[in-house]
Design a protein. Structure first.
Length: 138
């Protein structure tokens, strides 16, 4: 049984509006356009960053810890022969007060349990890295 169902609509690809059944409207713009808007790469990055962070927070909360967690996700769009266009997502996680080794352990555990990570599991090159808390937004 579903815990939650999101429904999204799109009529014109990356050139127009997308919206959800619950009323969220997103303006999309092609990469070649000067029009203001977002794109699938940014939406994937936002989704994965939020999911990794929430999963890591849940894992920490189970052990009674409340350290701040910051996540940065980069999604490159690349040409791949013979597959055509592909996404190359990479995540970076920093945990305040954790060593890099501790942060890496948490990042890997969160990646294993995050639903978006599970979707990406068949994508070659998907990685999750630990970085120090002061360099996450560089």
């Amino acid at each position: 049984m579903s815990m939650y169902k999101a429904i999204a609509y799109n009529k014109y690809g990356t050139n127009g509006e997308s919206y959800t059944k619950d009323g969220l409207e997103v303006t999309l713009a092609p990469l070649t356009s000067e029009k203001k808007g977002t794109n699938p790469e940014e939406l994937l990055a936002l989704s994965w960053a939020a999911c990794l962070n929430a999963t890591a927070r849940s894992i920490l909360n189970l052990s009674g810890k409340t350290n701040k967690i910051h996540v940065r996700v980069e999604v490159d769009l690349e040409k791949d022969v013979p597959k055509g266009l592909i996404f190359k997502p990479v995540a970076y996680m920093a945990v305040e007060g954790f060593t890099l080794e501790e942060a890496k352990f948490l990042a890997e555990k969160a990646h294993k349990h995050c639903p978006v990570s599970k979707l990406l599991s068949l994508t070659p090159g998907v990685t999750v890295n630990a970085v120090s808390f002061d360099e996450i937004f560089e």
